[in-house]
Design a protein around this ligand. Structure first.
Ligand code: MG
Length: 403
């Protein structure tokens, strides 16, 4: 069996695009992968065009060999785009192998470590008022036991998920517009208040967490942690950018709250200092950014040695979701998988005729050979790539701040 074609499909799924990769073989099997840049997907396509020149003709069962070949064939190795492209190819190769052997991918990763894959839900509106508490209460009434919250701003509705609605037919996630004002100190004070109100509403048994989307400084993050010490958060996600361990080392000394970081890591080497220095408590590995199932398995093994659980980042497309389910089923040190209603509920069924279906707060173990996702490339034209740029937020003084 040889690889005969490698195709890239940047498609618009909701408010943004995803990049689907299809690897075809002469044996009639084809595998699906996804590269997860969450923006600027044409860069993924450019590198895929380059990789195609030597992928075609290779044996698709040599998954680790191909990973090494893609990574180490460049003198200036690594980076976000390369991590995403390698991820897409790697996931597609595991899909092909599973189909060739007639087993779900998780069987190839060591078999199921659990009977189902539990998820956490996100209250996608911003944490700004009583309506948010009602949303959290409704999710708990639906059976969710782990909720993640997002911060907001006091005087502007247009923050962190509450704003102008994307009106595309598949667009279900509210999007903040450009020039939205985000002031960290105001936001964290508001968040601290409403996190406490949510805790009062849902009780002590529900796991609560908050994702600051790396919008804070060390000082701001430490202040927030002090303000919510009595709320007993399950984790604090990305309070500051995870571009190096130094700032997290400082923050670690200022709070005992567990940190959930790692979604931006594009290789095991980027995880290295956070794992080895005890700065990471839940590993937010993103299969479509870190380099695929192969690299994510290595990160999990490394985390296992440090008693760190995996909590895969999963706000992208259905191929990433499927790969994350197989991975989550097969790694021993797993906490929970991200499930984003606003994105997943809008996956178009004509484009993805078969995709994973959640049951309650968990995914059942997949049963189909391979990943269990299908993609109709004929339908892709109806979901043409439409450039999307993450909103450019500002402080009140006009300075740039993080979305
Ligand atoms: Mg996050």
């Amino acid at each position: 069996m040889k690889i005969t074609a490698v195709k890239g499909f940047p498609v618009r799924l909701s408010y943004r695009n995803v990049f689907i990769v299809k690897v075809e073989t002469g044996a009639g099997l084809c595998g699906l992968g996804e590269g997860g840049m969450a923006g600027r997907e044409l860069a993924i396509g450019g590198l895929l065009d380059h990789f195609r020149r030597f992928l075609v003709g290779m044996g698709p069962r040599r998954i680790e060999h191909i990973w090494q070949c893609l990574y180490r064939s460049q003198y200036f190795e690594g980076g976000k785009i390369e991590g995403a492209v390698i991820a897409a190819v790697d996931i597609a190769l595991w899909d092909i192998l599973g189909q060739a052997l007639g087993v779900p991918v998780y069987q190839l990763l060591g078999g199921a470590c659990r009977d189902r894959v539990p998820c956490f839900a996100s209250v996608e509106a911003a944490l700004t008022g009583p309506a948010y508490v009602e949303d959290a209460r409704a999710l708990v009434a639906q059976g969710w036991r782990r909720l993640r919250l997002f911060p907001g701003m006091p005087d502007l509705a247009a923050t962190a998920g509450v704003g102008t609605l994307d009106q595309s037919p598949v667009g279900v996630v509210p999007q903040p517009p450009d020039a939205t004002i985000y002031e960290p100190m105001e936001s964290l004070q508001l968040a601290a208040h409403w996190v406490r109100e949510v805790r009062r509403a849902v009780g002590p048994e529900v796991g609560l967490s908050i994702d600051f989307h790396h919008r804070l400084s060390v000082a701001e993050a430490a202040l927030f942690c002090g303000q919510v010490a009595d709320v007993h958060l399950m984790f604090l996600e990305e309070p500051i950018r995870a571009q190096g361990p130094t700032a997290y080392r400082q923050l670690r000394a200022m709070t005992p709250i567990p940190f959930a970081i790692g979604e931006e890591c594009s290789s095991k080497w980027e995880f290295l200092p956070f794992i080895e220095e005890g700065l990471l408590n839940f590993a937010r590995v993103d299969l479509s950014n870190v380099g695929g199932l192969s690299e994510a398995k290595k990160v999990a093994g490394w985390c296992e040695a440090h008693y760190i659980d995996m909590m895969p980042h999963n706000p992208l497309g259905p191929v990433t979701t499927a790969a994350s389910i197989h991975y989550s089923a097969a790694v021993a040190n797993f906490a929970q998988l991200e499930y984003l209603h606003g994105v997943a509920d809008g996956y178009p069924r004509d484009l993805f005729p078969r995709l994973p279906a959640i049951a309650g707060d968990s995914f059942p173990l997949p049963t189909a050979p391979g990943l269990g996702v299908t993609f109709d490339e004929e339908a892709a034209a109806a979901y043409a790539f439409d450039p999307w740029e993450a909103p450019h937020w500002r402080r009140r003084d006009g300075a740039v701040t993080n979305w």
